[in-house]
Design a protein around this ligand. Structure first.
Ligand SMILES: [Zn+2]
Length: 404
């Protein structure tokens, strides 16, 4: 594929330089993210999460529900002005999700952009879905975000953009040429697909010198956080820990009864409380039921299972946030390579613990192990240009590169 990036982005580079002052101020705000572990929630869950999300290293991504952007913005305003929330906060319009999703070509809603500015938040574009091979969609989102001068380009995309070599090269060329920070949301793949290649592609993107956020993630998102992501958002419920593909007309999703789940630290996963209780009975001496998080304070997880229903959800949530922030602290040391090795070791240990109690393997953790080179390997796994935190280069006016 032949791409002339210099032709496409030449005007945008000029805009970036002309708006340098504005970009710098927002650069500070994105810098404030500082490898935050954000909780991605629905608008209606903010009250429940506000306290937990305000802790050091934490933050919030409020996701608009069923296209209700006004409700999302109003809740954010209340959180900031009445509750005096000071931790990182992003707003996700989620116009890329569901069967009624918009395509990447859809223009941004200028009111959405402007309201985020008025609230003093980093501006996250309300992008539509970026399908595989939608080159015009990719360029359109990045160009429009660059012209805004102070935005993070949201790229909700098919993982082929990372897994496929040519698509990945294209993505990297445009992202580095435009220098706009990006926030990716990866769709669940359908059909033939090489997931390890997607992890390797993500590592390349994280090392390209432009701030990268990963939103709507599950626990494996921690791998991105310790590999140089500016911030990672992990969903508070299964539907916010992934992006489902569009379903065919007439498709009826299997009816799922909501099962409260708790995070099992050593397994790096959420498990339904009923499963935890049954497994604890079978393996009482396994050693992974003890929890030293501030909420559990050294008790074993039976105490979560046994909470009265009225208070259980709140206690389980606090336990999960405690464990997530604890993992974030442990995985974001000064050396990206050491962080990655630590993450790799944790993935291996989690697989082993799951095997001991008869739980299924988590393929995503295996993919991270495979994609991350172990300490003994002569090859290097860490891109040399990787940055460890927030974006001082956010406002740079990158010279466009010519693509081969
Ligand atoms: Zn706990």
């Amino acid at each position: 594929m032949v791409i002339n990036v210099s032709t496409v982005v030449s005007g945008v580079g000029l805009v970036g330089r002309e708006q340098n002052g504005q970009s710098t101020s927002v650069g500070r705000r994105i810098g404030d993210l500082d490898r935050s572990l954000l909780l991605q929630c629905r608008t209606s869950q903010v009250t429940q999460l506000a306290e937990a999300a305000g802790r050091t290293g934490g933050g919030l991504v409020i996701t608009a529900e069923r296209g209700n952007l006004r409700g999302c913005l109003d809740r954010a305003r209340h959180l900031l002005e009445v509750d005096h929330h000071r931790a990182p906060l992003l707003l996700d319009a989620a116009r890329y999700a569901g069967n009624g999703r918009l395509a990447a070509a859809a223009p941004f809603d200028q009111r959405w952009i402007q309201y985020q500015r008025e609230l003093g938040l980093p501006v996250l574009t309300d992008s539509g879905y970026l399908a595989p091979d939608d080159m015009a969609g990719l360029v359109g989102i990045l160009e429009r975000a660059a012209r805004l001068g102070d935005a993070i380009a949201l790229l909700p995309m098919h993982p082929a953009w990372l897994a496929d070599r040519y698509a990945r090269q294209t993505l990297l060329r445009y992202v580095t040429a435009l220098g706009v920070p990006v926030a990716i949301v990866l769709e669940e793949p359908v059909g033939p697909f090489e997931p390890v290649a997607a992890v390797r592609g993500l590592l390349e993107l994280l090392g390209c010198g432009v701030p990268v956020l990963v939103l709507r993630s599950d626990l494996p998102g921690l791998g991105a956080l310790c590999s140089g992501a500016t911030a990672v958002a992990i969903g508070t419920e299964p539907g916010l820990r992934r992006l489902d593909p569009r379903r065919p007309a007439g498709y009826l999703p299997p009816s799922r009864v909501a099962r409260p789940s708790a995070l099992i630290r050593q397994c790096l996963s959420y498990q339904p409380l009923a499963v935890i209780e049954a497994t604890m009975r079978r393996h009482p001496d396994n050693g992974m039921w003890h929890c030293d998080c501030p909420t559990c304070a050294g008790r074993d997880l039976n105490w979560l299972v046994g909470r009265p229903e009225a208070e259980r959800d709140g206690v389980v949530l606090r336990h999960c946030v405690d464990v997530l922030l604890d993992l974030r602290t442990e995985l974001t040391g000064p050396s990206v390579q050491l962080n990655q090795w630590s993450w790799r070791a944790r993935c291996a240990a989690a697989a082993s613990r799951r095997r001991e109690v008869g739980w299924d393997r988590l393929p995503a953790l295996d993919h991270w192990q495979e994609a991350t080179i172990p300490p003994t390997s002569p090859r290097t796994a860490v891109p040399t240009s990787r940055r460890s935190g927030g974006g001082t280069r956010f406002s740079r006016a990158a010279p466009p590169r010519s693509a081969a």
